[in-house]
Write a protein that binds this ligand. Structure first.
Ligand code: DGT
Ligand code: CA
Ligand code: CA
Ligand code: ZN
Length: 574
């Protein structure tokens, strides 16, 4: 059972953080960070490669002999002595403090020396106005830290969906291979495709006497057993993720799956409907008195209360029950509906694969089009292109389009919105592009009125097509910018600007509620992976998941359209 890529990446990232605190050589720190990213995104199992052909590891971008050796060690033993050693050297409190956005290793160390040793100390000190007495910490920093603390605490222990998937899918595979298992599925927030999960809830049905619990707990990733009974168990994995197991007989599988998929609010609302019909509904079935009237399938359970099957993504008690009763449920967009990707980067700015390689990879995925949207100069860390740079890239795109067989590259840019709402690229260049994405990358903390004015000015520019990662949030790390969304939606609709649902696992931006609100305003959405490397083109599935949670149908998403119809939505045709 090879170790998951996410697990190797987690260990490498911890090493990078600890080296950073120790003020190790910055190149060494960066090497570990980059390696973590490469490993996390690699489409094949790094653990398997490390065991079968370790020499191949050095072919991966940014992995030299030394890192390959470390990765091999993790793959073989599941741990890394270097990490253990660093953990002994660095106080735990510093790492905890660094979970607060804006607290880097230097400041965290400084706080630690001032006897602020954990998040609780930090909160207390900030509330009492003691932080501002530490050199370099002002009253404004104090206020900001308090705000960020709230977000960190709420997000703590929740795992990004894309990371959870790396643990969930192999675990399910492990269970499915046991003889006697009839079905194994993940329920809970994971099945509802929520952007983060608190824990995983696995359901299994099997022939009588199958040792499911033992097999579940025998999984090599299990660190400790939290609970164990004949038909249930809870385990904590080495990554810290908790996994709950329930074993149900086939007659109860549908009702169990339904119950443990939730959400709790949805369950409660449906239970009320059942009560009104004289029925009792729980994880074992639907009952009239002592008689079971449904339970084998979800469809059967929902039919017993007069409802059609409701997609799990909608089960949040946000109007889905009324929509189901009115036979007015949306037909949610699917990954197969997507014909192309509308945001990607190349080595011309901060991407890690060349224009040519990105194009071939997207063509191999069966896409009709891929928009190349490299950064503009203001995003300095990204090495953005200037007008001459874009012109050179456009020529290369023309040449490539002559060579590609089934796919078209769209000429694009992810244009930075400057502080005053003007765009970081001249109109002549914008006019020559097929797709103009605009987005915020700096001055994210502006007050709502100023930020709204800035964004609305940018969206009102006649050459803008898409507003990229509109809220600017990073899940668990950075709060969304303050915006008056009513105004933003109104301007976007009036100007024919589309809003993106960004597929980067940490962004998923717009989020579900805003995506749904945008559709309600008559706005067309775009799904973009914002891929910075070939494997990230696969992030489309996360964008689709988030759009589905936003009740999006195929027609609500621009890139379900064939190229000729997509072009009608872009500034060239407007
Ligand atoms: P999470 O794990 O925080 O991401 O969210 P969930 O939705 O996976 O929640 P979890 O793992 O606590 O429970 C899984 C499902 O089990 C939940 O979505 C609905 C169901 N459930 C749990 N507790 C209750 C309850 O007290 N009442 C009802 N009706 N359902 C419950
Ligand atoms: Ca759960
Ligand atoms: Ca649970
Ligand atoms: Zn961006």
């Amino acid at each position: 059972m090879p170790i998951e890529n996410a697990e190797i990446a987690r260990i490498l990232r911890e090493v990078a953080d600890l080296l950073d605190i120790e003020e190790a050589n910055p190149f060494r720190v960066r090497a570990y960070r980059n390696a973590a990213r490469t490993v996390e995104e690699h489409p094949e199992s790094i653990g398997a490669i490390a065991r079968t052909s370790p020499a191949q590891l050095t072919d991966l971008p940014g992995i030299g002999e030394d890192l390959a050796g470390k990765i091999g060690e993790i793959a073989r033993t599941g741990r890394l002595p270097l990490l253990k050693q660093l953990e002994r050297e660095v106080p735990k409190g510093i790492l905890e403090l660094m979970r607060v956005p804006g607290l880097g290793p230097k400041r965290a160390r400084q706080l630690h020396e001032a006897r602020i040793r954990n998040l609780r100390d930090l909160e207390r000190a900030a509330r009492r106005g003691r932080l501002r007495q530490i050199p370099g910490f002002g009253a404004r920093t104090e206020t900001r830290i308090l705000q960020e603390l709230g977000a960190v605490q709420a997000a703590a222990r929740r795992v990004l969906r894309a990371i959870a998937a790396q643990y969930a899918e192999p675990y399910l595979e492990h269970l499915s291979t046991l003889k006697g298992v009839l079905r194994a599925e993940i329920a809970g927030s994971y099945r509802r495709r929520v952007e983060t999960v608190g824990d995983l809830d696995i359901l299994v049905t099997c022939t009588e006497g199958t040792p499911v619990v033992e097999h579940f707990l025998g999984y090599p990733e299990v660190r400790n057993v939290l609970a164990q009974g004949p038909t249930r168990a809870s385990a904590r994995l080495r990554s810290g993720l908790q996994v709950d197991l329930r074993v149900l007989p086939p007659v109860s599988y549908g009702s169990g799956l339904y119950y443990f998929t939730g959400s709790k609010a949805h369950n409660i609302a449906v239970r009320r409907l059942a009560q009104a019909r004289g029925l009792k509904i729980n994880e074992y079935g639907v009952f009239r008195g002592a008689r079971r009237v449904a339970g084998r399938t979800e469809r059967e359970v929902l039919a017993s209360v007069g409802l059609p099957w409701i997609p799990p993504e909608l089960r949040e008690d946000r109007g889905e029950i009324a929509a189901a009763r009115a036979k007015d449920l949306p037909r949610l967009v699917e990954l197969d509906d997507i014909r192309g990707d509308l945001q990607s980067h190349t080595t011309d700015s901060d991407g890690r694969d060349s224009l040519e390689d990105m194009a071939r990879a997207a063509e191999a995925m069966g896409y009709e089009y891929l928009a190349i949207t490299d950064h503009t100069p203001a995003v300095r860390v990204a090495g953005g292109l200037d007008r001459a740079g874009f012109r050179r890239q456009m020529k290369r795109i023309d040449r490539l389009n002559g060579m590609l067989r089934t796919m078209t590259l769209l000429k694009g840019a992810e244009v930075d919105i400057r502080a005053d709402g003007s765009l970081d690229l001249d109109d002549d260049t914008l006019r020559e592009l097929d797709v103009v994405v605009v987005s915020l990358h700096s001055r994210l903390a502006l007050p709502e009125a100023t930020q709204t004015r800035r964004v609305c000015k940018a969206l009102a520019h006649p050459l803008v097509d898409i507003f990229g990662h509109p809220s600017g949030r990073l899940i668990g790390r950075r709060q969304p910018v303050a915006l008056d969304w009513e105004q933003v939606f109104t301007v976007a609709r009036d100007q024919g600007v589309m809003l993106e649902v960004n597929g980067q696992p940490e962004r998923l931006d717009l989020d579900d509620m805003h995506a749904r609100a945008a559709i309600g305003h008559g706005i067309t959405l775009t799904l973009g992976t914002d891929a910075h490397a070939i494997p990230e083109l696969r992030f489309m599935r996360w964008a689709v998941d988030q759009a589905r949670r936003g009740w999006a149908e195929k027609g609500d998403i621009a890139n379900t359209r064939p190229l000729s119809r997509l072009r009608k939505l872009l500034h060239g045709a407007r």
